[in-house]
Design a protein around this ligand. Structure first.
Ligand code: MG
Length: 157
């Protein structure tokens, strides 16, 4: 059994929706990012890479590479799942925490769990997504952006 942790932040810019765990969430702002800015999937992808000692998302998919401009973060996640499977690992369970003052996400976490479980090809009861606020404190509390953390366990096949 191995464990990995991931953390990511994305700032808001003008827009009308954000992507979180592959789910399109209507919002009065968008994410400033090279990819679709799915901060939760970036934290998750980093946690998986971390568990397998395979570096980080920026090393595998550099934001200087036009190939990843505007890319769906689910594509990157699935590539990492394929990579760790080639290295002899499978994902045991994942936990994701999204820290956002707005929008409210409680009603969306179930669809987020289903989306992630599908992309990881694991059972729904091995995936947990939580949403919390920052009590109006700091950059999240001031609604300048969203942060996400993830912890993942993998097992050697
Ligand atoms: Mg990111």
């Amino acid at each position: 059994m191995r464990i990995g942790h991931g953390y990511d932040v994305h700032a808001f810019c003008e827009g009308d929706h954000i992507m979180l765990c592959g789910v399109r969430v209507p919002h009065s702002k968008g994410f400033k990012a090279h990819s679709d800015g799915d901060v939760a999937l970036h934290a998750l992808t980093d946690a998986i890479l971390g568990a397998c000692a395979l570096g980080d998302i920026g090393r595998h998919f550099p934001d200087t590479d036009d190939a990843y401009k505007g890319i769906d973060s689910r594509v990157l996640l699935r590539r990492v799942v394929d990579l760790i499977s080639e290295k002899g690992y499978r994902i045991n369970n994942v936990d994701i925490t999204i820290v956002a003052e707005k929008p409210k996400l409680a009603t969306l976490v179930d669809s987020m769990c289903e989306m992630v479980a599908g992309d990881l090809s694991i059972a729904r009861d091995r995936v947990n997504v939580k949403a919390t606020t920052s009590e109006k404190l700091g950059f999240v509390g001031q609604e300048q952006g969203i942060a996400a953390q993830s912890v993942v366990t993998v097992v050697e096949i």
